[in-house]
Design a protein around this ligand. Sequence first.
Ligand SMILES: C[S@@+](CC[C@H](N)C(=O)[O-])C[C@H]1O[C@@H](n2cnc3c(N)ncnc32)[C@H](O)[C@@H]1O
Length: 246
Amino acid sequence: MKSFIPWIGGKSLLANKIIAMFPEKIDRYIEVFGGGGSVLFAKEKHAPLEVYNDANGHLVNLFRCIRFHREELQREISGYINAREVFEDIRTQIDMRGFTDIQRAAMFYIMIKISYGADGRTYGCNKKNISPDYLSAIEKRLKTGAGVVIEHKDFENLIKVYDRPGALFYCDPPYHKTEKYYDAEFNETDHERLNACLQAIKGKFVLSYNDDEYIREMYKDFNITAVSRQNNLSRGEYKELIITNY
Ligand SMILES: C[S@@+](CC[C@H](N)C(=O)[O-])C[C@H]1O[C@@H](n2cnc3c(N)ncnc32)[C@H](O)[C@@H]1O
């Protein structure tokens, strides 16, 4: 199934290629930089234990509200219309005190859906479908089996907590030199920190990155596959890397 939300750097167009590279048998699947969860949702079930994680608190709250309070969330979302004033009001109010998690999740859902290119910063001026109907299918997916564990951690701690020989970490960090598109800050030290973490893990990893000399050099001891996809923002072709430690 597809994700319910567009996300900058989202992997909907590459999800099948990425999944085709996953090892056959894994005990736990951990999506370290979850975003819109396109790779998680592209398969019915990746492993007996599945984990979704992101550093963006509003996004994680939205995932949790879909899993635990879907009906109330749908009701809350239904009260919104797609209009510039709504977008601007949400932008100024979303971090203010006094809202419930469900109200905040609805605001975030609308803010991303009606923004330009899902950037959450500028109004998109288009007639995007903001209906929350699809969220019941997403709720079902998040509850499949033991249910997807939803985490809100920095990647380094998350990887340490879930690392085992049977683990598969899918890592899709902010790309090198395009980090500014995300609210969670990410810099060169973080790219190096991620590299150090992945060098040391007991489990397996699949890592997505932009095709960049700095990244190629950093991961030169691993298996690197070059792929390309359509770029959502510039409409051109975009070259990416899929890096694995197996
Ligand atoms: C390229 S996007 C992931 C896109 C996702 N794979 C999808 O298909 O929608 C990168 C994500 O990393 C998150 N992020 C940034 N810094 C992080 C950190 N230190 N730990 C965990 N997640 C982080 C961002 O909030 C963003 O959602």
